[in-house]
Design a protein around this ligand. Structure first.
Ligand code: 5RP
Length: 249
């Protein structure tokens, strides 16, 4: 019992993280420490890595008495902001964002990204597009040479529900691969985004040397709301490593 008490009472025990979680935490902490300043408007991304960023941001705000406004990119991000007592803002009141910190599912050597694993890609892209600086935080498994090398769950595409079948056909006919309707856990029904739409996951696609062109084609299909291809948007990426160090790209 005494050993148990000792272990559970030490801070390090309660914060003991797996190598993957340490990597996420290291990337998130570094980004917040380096890119957040007083009086900043900050875009808060979505996913599991951003949880550590919100934690660090709250710590800095409280210790340094920073005055910052946080713009959420999803319902999850909004919850995180509220949970940490950070100041919640919107693009209505703060249309220019100083820095947006967000996760990614895959990052290539050009800093092009696949995002939307958590189905939040639309609001993530809107907030990122308003940011002077998009900073990506990711663990080492997201570090890729070409999009599609690492991430096998596909490129997410948010679509208006009534259009999902024609969109599946148009993407398949033009580029090949499979375009799957994302289903909720236990296949209870399709995943519904924060905006009331469906998500298609385009898998087994041929890798491209011109993702901009692919992105433009898909976005032009009526019913497509947005894609998870973030081309030419990120300025810097922090890849956390299993040993807690961070690779900057
Ligand atoms: C959600 C996203 C996330 O940022 C992306 O899926 C990365 O998530 P995680 O930090 O959990 O790996 O795009 O739509």
């Amino acid at each position: 019992k005494s050993v148990f008490n000792f272990l559970t009472s030490t801070k390090s025990f309660s914060k003991m993280l797996s190598p993957l979680e340490s990597a996420k935490q290291a990337a998130a902490f570094k980004a917040v420490d380096k890119h957040v300043q007083n009086n900043y408007v900050i875009g808060i991304g979505s996913g599991s890595t951003i949880v550590y960023a919100a934690e660090r941001l709250a710590e800095r705000v409280s210790k340094e008495k920073l005055n910052v406004v946080c713009i959420p990119t999803s319902f999850q991000a909004k919850q995180l902001i509220v949970k940490h007592d950070l100041r919640l803002g919107s693009l209505d009141t703060h249309p220019t964002v100083d820095v947006c910190i967000d996760g990614a599912d895959e990052v290539d050597v050009n800093l092009d990204l696949i995002k939307g694993g958590g189905a939040c890609l639309l609001q993530e892209k809107i907030v990122a597009s308003c940011a002077n600086n998009l900073v990506i935080i990711a663990d080492y498994t997201k570090d890729s040479v070409k999009l599609g090398d690492q991430y096998k769950k596909g490129i997410p595409i948010e679509v208006i529900p009534m259009s999902y079948v024609p969109i599946q056909n148009k993407i398949r006919n033009r580029f090949g691969g499979d375009v799957n309707l994302r289903m909720a856990v236990a296949k209870a029904g399709p995943v519904i985004t924060d905006n009331g739409n469906f998500i298609l996951d385009w898998v087994n696609f041929k890798q491209s040397d011109d993702w901009n062109q692919v992105n433009t084609f898909i976005r032009m299909i009526p019913g497509v709301v947005e894609t998870g291809l973030f081309i030419g948007m990120a300025r810097i990426v922090y890849f956390g490593q299993a040993d807690g160090t961070v690779k900057e790209q």
